[in-house]
Design a protein around this ligand. Structure first.
Ligand code: 5AD
Length: 365
């Protein structure tokens, strides 16, 4: 299969054939082509986003996530305003164009409090991305007015049955539709980012192909995906409790494997369906393949890295999955490692805010 940049984007059947990787597909040449699409559509710059995981408090009980409310074995923290600003100052020092403020679903974060912090960070010349999970519409509105530029909310899987099992709704509430939330966020003027986990137990190739097709229909500005990594202190990650979960009953041959190669395929396909999006090579990819993951992701379609700026004493507590890459590195070491990777692959750090080309073009219309 050859990709003609002028032809229609890949359809569902073509996406599945890459994911399943039947013999008609030469993966190496496919990856070369997706790298070429990346170069043509978003260039050689790699945008760096300083990731500030400012609270691991969470009211949810997602069956896969290590910071779920019921995990009593982790210590909970929330950074003070001063700590958040100090982390953002590091982003300025390292010449990152933006920061990502990420948390669990922490109802103790007051919208006004965060709005004031967003204003301060914006004055420092940084773009601000928020990733705080599902919140009230008024909060999204208030933060947008305060200057927040982007919002990340993964829909995790488009298989609703699977999603509702692994992401139980809050008690007395109906399951939410994250696609609707993303559309709402776009209507408020945010650049919108989403993504999925790859290889969730019960996730089929068809599910994953549909996920990728949804990236296209949503014209996402940012797409972050990574392999599902089992956390032993979660119901899905613990073999004892795993068997009691009511997952979709699928043929084992249809199960998507949670491998580095599958993650690279998803990054590459995301680049094809949303050629102008910003696509990070995520920490989960750097974790599943500590040697090459970051590099290979960036050579197969990704154009963003999110170096962790969370103060080191808190990092271990933001353990959504085990052995998370860079957990024990200082902020400086994390930065140096990323810059080293960029040099090794001959790419350059981005300058400026690194807005998505897709978003900028939409704004012009
Ligand atoms: N493995 C991989 N990714 C995970 N996330 C949460 N738990 C895990 C896990 N066990 C991802 C989810 C979430 C993002 C912040 O981290 O996709 O949206």
């Amino acid at each position: 299969m050859t990709l003609d940049k002028t032809s229609a984007p890949m359809n569902f059947v073509e996406i599945i054939s890459i994911l399943i990787n039947n013999s008609s597909v030469d993966l190496n040449s496919f990856f070369q082509q997706t790298d070429e699409v990346r170069r043509t559509c978003v260039g050689e710059e790699i945008h760096l986003r300083g990731l500030i995981e400012f609270s691991n408090i969470c009211r949810r009980n997602c069956l896969y996530c290590g910071i779920r409310a019921s995990n009593s074995s982790i210590q909970r923290y929330r950074l003070t305003e001063e700590e958040i600003i100090a982390a953002a100052e590091k982003a300025v020092e390292f010449r990152y164009g933006s920061v990502v403020l990420q948390t669990g679903e922490d109802s103790g974060i007051e919208a006004d409090w965060l709005g004031k912090i967003v204003k301060k960070i914006k004055k420092m010349g940084l773009a601000v991305t928020l990733s705080l999970g599902e919140r009230d519409d008024q909060d999204y509105q208030l933060w947008r007015k305060a200057g927040a530029d982007r919002y990340l909310l993964r829909f995790e899987t488009s298989n609703r049955q699977l999603f509702n099992v692994i992401h139980p709704p809050l008690s007395n509430r109906k399951p939410v539709d994250r696609i609707e939330i993303l559309q709402k966020l776009r209507s408020l003027g945010y650049e919108i980012g989403s993504g999925v986990m790859i290889g969730i137990p019960g996730q089929t190739y068809e599910d994953l192909a549909r996920d990728i097709d949804i990236f296209r229909t949503l014209s996402l500005d940012m797409i972050g995906c990574g392999p599902y990594l089992p956390h032993p202190q979660t119901p899905l990650g613990n073999p004892e409790t795993h068997k009691n979960i009511d997952l979709p009953d699928i043929d084992p041959k249809d199960q998507v494997p949670a491998t580095a190669e599958m993650a690279f395929k998803v990054i590459a396909l995301a680049r094809i369906v949303c050629p102008k999006a910003n696509i990070p090579c995520t920490t989960a990819v750097a974790t599943i393949d500590a040697q090459e993951g970051r590099k290979l992701g960036l050579m197969r379609g990704a154009n963003v890295v999110m170096p962790n700026l969370t103060p080191v004493k808190y990092r271990k507590m933001y353990e959504i999955y085990p052995n998370k890459s860079a957990t024990y590195l200082s902020v400086e070491q994390t930065h140096d490692a990323v810059m080293q990777t960029l040099r090794e692959i001959g790419r350059i750090p981005g300058t400026g805010r690194g807005d998505s080309v897709a978003y900028l073009e939409r704004e012009q219309c």
